[in-house]
Write a protein of this length. Structure first.
Length: 346
């Protein structure tokens, strides 16, 4: 995201970063999502962020169930996850091939995972599977629009529905530890730009689902179920390589200065936020600023810091939004009607 060279802006940014550092300092308390000896199910676990999360949780002692479409990729992922195990002799690993875009896929996956786990539902479910096809909206065909919604939103919503029915079922709760449902949204759900009209709505929808479920789980006494939503930015993963093939040039310009992180960096920051008990988890300084700007009625990670950040960030947006919109207008004036742009090869 391009920023104007304004002293006022940089004062605001400095103050915001101070809040972020203070917030990060608070992460050194008790671990609120311990995974040692727990069973974690991860969708999209065969590559990119999903594989990085699985590998790092394996190093913390988790039993892993990976879900992805490709059995071959899952077999390769298993090797990396097993190699990272904290307790190789006792940890258990499994994979389930499944297409998250298929309606009700999650019922079968949760049933299989539960059977493999000694008739106990997984303790943590982290939905990471996703896809982005960045294009200008009117140049995106209807099938691509629906596919992004099917994978990014429905793939997570179906899994949330299946696992919550298991965790919140009537009857005695046979476990004493909390259950964690983690959804993976995107920084595009905090602020979006041209080129993501087919992608951003699916990720915004996940935030709405997480906001709603974070309240609904409170209706079930005796059940400790915690909902979280993670907002990664640019991840240097195989998915990013695919996105670059269709990404409009104006999109590249607008996000040129955004932080770019490896899957391992994103996984580490996300896990750190979850261990701190955060509801809205961001993975870099820009994510913190964006989250402060749209937090609204969502659960707070910290009432004090989030309130101060929400007061501060509107000052930054005075400059940032002017710069963003000016960039878009100037691009249009310089390059003419989008129909004249050189077409990318998918």
């Amino acid at each position: 995201m391009a920023l104007l060279q304004s002293p006022v802006l940089w004062v605001a940014v400095t103050l915001a970063i101070t809040l972020v550092i203070a917030n990060t300092m608070g992460l050194f308390g008790a671990n609120r999502m311990p995974v040692d000896g727990k069973t974690v199910l991860i969708t999209g676990g065969s590559e990119g962020m999903g594989l990085a999360v699985a590998t790092q949780l394996s190093a913390k002692g988790a039993n892993l169930i990976l879900v992805s479409r490709s059995a071959a990729k899952l077999e390769d992922a298993m090797k990396a996850v097993k190699a990272a195990a904290k307790n190789p002799s006792t940890q258990r690993f499994h994979y389930i091939p499944a297409d998250v875009s298929v309606p009700s896929y999650a019922d079968t996956v949760v049933a299989a995972a539960t059977a493999w786990n000694g008739d106990r539902a997984p303790d943590v479910v982290w939905c990471i599977a996703g896809v982005a096809v960045p294009k200008l909206f009117i140049e995106t065909d209807a099938a691509a629009l629906r596919r992004q919604m099917d994978i990014n939103f429905h793939g997570t919503a179906d899994m949330a529905h299946a696992i919550l029915r298991a965790w919140l079922a009537p009857g005695p709760d046979t476990t004493s530890s909390p259950k964690h449902l983690v959804m993976t949204s995107s920084a595009a759900a905090l602020y979006t730009i041209p080129g993501y009209a087919g992608y951003a709505p699916s990720k915004w929808a996940l935030r709405g689902l997480a906001d709603t479920l974070s309240q609904e789980v409170l209706l079930y006494p005796g059940r400790d179920v915690r909902v979280h939503v993670v907002f990664p930015g640019t991840i240097l993963s195989p998915g990013f390589v695919a996105e670059e093939r269709t990404k409009p040039e104006v999109t590249r310009q607008l996000e040129a200065a955004d932080p770019k992180q490896t899957p391992e960096e994103v996984a580490r920051a996300a896990i750190r936020g979850l261990e701190a008990g955060q509801f809205m988890v961001v993975v870099n300084w820009l994510g913190h600023l964006m989250r402060f700007g749209v937090i609204g009625g969502s659960l707070r990670n910290s009432w004090l810091l989030d309130t101060l950040g929400a007061w501060l960030v509107p000052l930054i947006w005075i400059f940032v939004q002017h710069d963003q919109l000016s960039t878009v207008r100037n691009f249009g004036k310089k390059h003419g009607h989008p129909s004249t742009y050189a077409k990318t090869q998918e």
